[in-house]
Design a protein around this ligand. Structure first.
Ligand SMILES: Nc1ncnc2c1ncn2[C@@H]1O[C@H](COP(=O)(O)OP(=O)(O)OP(=O)(O)O)[C@@H](O)[C@H]1O
Ligand SMILES: [Mg+2]
Length: 525
């Protein structure tokens, strides 16, 4: 019996378990079977491998060929197993110098989809495999189209090839493939310090909304912008990534791994940039939180360490919005499938925007809004209370007065980003995490006002606005961020009052329950 074993990795969520591609050749009627839970695309590998071997002037082994992708109970997807299967066949049939070549193949992982002439094509989702291979100190042989991706993780272990014959020459030791230059990996992970394309100074007026955006950036807080059409809500949200500090190397690789698993092309240009995802309101639950036949990551995971912008919030399906509740708290989402559960990280910053009523002109001084209170109530009711409760700030964005368009531009994004970075450094030094993700047990040490007056204000606000326990915690965390931005060691009345001002829906709801009327029929003070 002729036998060979070649290593590769499967992909399960962000994990990349090692797969041993075992090839056995036995005498008997010609047959070629692949076992070990191969998906249809892996089974089709038989045809690609046969054509690639014949067109590369190898012989296709006669007799019974069994390919086992071990472990057998792990589902295998994609064309990445083509190259290891082809190499296994060549090693088992001794067309590649066995013995020494077989030993050289140990400690190496091979990835690549084969074209019918033997050329190597890119495989999706390689980054998690490269991360795992680096931990195991395994060498990676990948298609050249994946070289940069593998190189961002393991530059000293990556070799790239264009054709099956090049890989064969490398395994045989006749023409070793060169290691990628370490500089390629470093350049892939270089920080992009260029100023953001979208500048906060482009947004005229909207002082309170800009302040809220700065606080959101500084503490990693979620924010809801409520205002009429065309007042700059989307403009503001799009400028948030430009205020956030760049990703560090570990974060950048995590973000790139999720994008890679999600099927996005790898780009070293955007590697350290914070993701900004803005799904359309017709998005389904699987599109938002992850799912589908292959348990792909959803928008909330693709926004990991970045911004998820939900424009026209009430237009999203109720079930879609409700699905956000748990990940917003845990920073993790579990996509359950019949066979297994796949977990993806989802630490994202939620920025949402909505109009105050269906026509969007509620509260307009000209009185042009014709929406009845019932219509407004139904419109606002599309966003559930529990979801609103999870938003750290809810801010009104009024129409911009005509004169403000001619006034000098406000602060530029670069200046705000510098203040944000300083505030983040204070948070990391104090508690090792941004304020929005602070554990409740840390609240007394970090967020509670030091003086009796501050505590009194908090207590009165909880009573008057009927703040839930969660809202109270969020007010405290936002106040902590304001204190960090203002350079105060302790949270005081001024910061608490500003944090309370930034929860306009709570205040409006409190007044609405005091005098029966719709939340948007009055403008908050
Ligand atoms: N505050 C502003 N400063 C400068 N330009 C503005 C401002 N508000 C709106 N604009 C102009 O109007 C356009 C639309 O703004 P934007 O998309 O942000 O509105 P919006 O509040 O999101 O509206 P909608 O509720 O319809 O989504 C912008 O591209 C910009 O040209
Ligand atoms: Mg908009």
């Amino acid at each position: 019996m002729a036998f060979a074993r070649v290593a590769c990795r499967a992909q399960v969520g962000l994990a990349a378990p090692l797969v041993s591609v075992e090839v056995s050749l036995t005498s008997g009627l010609p047959a070629f079977c692949i076992v070990g839970l191969p998906a249809m695309v892996v089974r089709e590998s038989r045809e690609r491998v046969r054509a690639a071997l014949l067109n590369s002037r190898f012989e296709f082994p006669a007799g019974r060929i069994t390919v086992n992708l071990a472990p057998a109970d792990l589902p295998k997807e994609g064309g990445r197993f083509d190259l290891p299967i082809a190499l296994g066949l060549l090693l088992a049939s001794r067309q590649l110098r066995s013995g020494a070549a077989g030993e050289r193949a140990a400690g190496r992982e091979f990835y690549g989809e084969l074209g019918l002439t033997g050329e190597l094509k890119a495989v999706p989702g390689l980054l998690p495999a490269a991360i795992a291979a680096r931990h195991s100190h395994h060498e990676l042989i990948v298609p050249r189209a994946n070289a940069l991706e593998a190189c961002a993780v393991a530059p000293a272990l990556t070799r790239a090839a264009d054709h099956l014959l090049e890989v064969c020459a490398h395994v045989a030791g006749t023409a070793p493939l060169a290691l990628m230059a370490p500089a390629a990996g470093r350049s892939a992970l270089r920080r992009h310090e260029a100023p953001p394309l979208l500048d906060l100074a482009d947004v005229r007026g909207q002082a309170q909304a800009k302040r809220a955006l700065t606080i959101a950036a500084a503490g990693g807080h979620s924010l809801l912008l409520i205002g009429p059409p065309g007042c700059g809500k989307s403009m503001l949200a799009q400028r948030l990534p430009g205020l956030l500090p760049p990703l560090d190397t570990a974060e950048a690789l995590e973000v790139a791994a999720i994008a890679s698993v999600g099927g996005a092309d790898f780009s070293d240009q955007t590697l350290c940039e914070r993701p900004f995802r803005a799904p359309h309101h017709s998005a389904t639950v699987p599109a938002l939180v992850g799912g589908g036949a292959r348990a792909r990551p959803g928008e909330i995971s693709l926004a990991h360490h970045g911004v998820l912008f939900l424009d026209e919030l009430p237009e999203f399906g109720r079930a879609t919005l409700e699905a956000l509740r748990e990940p917003l708290e845990t920073g993790m989402v579990a996509v359950a499938r019949v066979a297994r559960e796949t977990r993806y990280p989802a630490v994202f910053q939620l920025i949402a925007a909505m109009n105050p009523c269906p026509c969007g002109r509620r509260g307009d001084p000209t009185g042009s809004c014709r929406c009845s209170p019932d219509v407004v109530r139904r419109y606002l009711g599309r966003v559930s209370g529990p979801l609103l409760d999870r938003l750290d700030m809810q801010v009104e964005v009024p129409p911009v007065p005509a004169g403000e368009f001619d006034e000098p531009a406000g602060e530029r994004s670069a200046a705000v980003a510098a203040a944000v970075r300083h505030a983040r450094e204070l948070q990391l030094a104090r508690q090792g995490i941004c304020n929005a993700r602070l554990a409740d047990t840390e609240l007394p040490r970090c967020c509670l006002p030091g003086d009796a007056r501050g505590r009194q204000v908090l207590e009165t606000a909880v009573r008057r606005f009927g703040l839930s326990g969660r809202s109270r915690v969020r007010v405290l965390k936002v106040a902590r961020t304001i204190a960090d931005l203002d350079g105060h060691a302790e949270v005081s009345v001024a910061q608490l009052s500003e944090a309370l001002m930034l929860r306009s829906l709570d205040r409006v709801a409190a007044r609405a329950s005091a005098a029966p009327s719709t939340p948007c029929s009055r403008r908050p003070a």
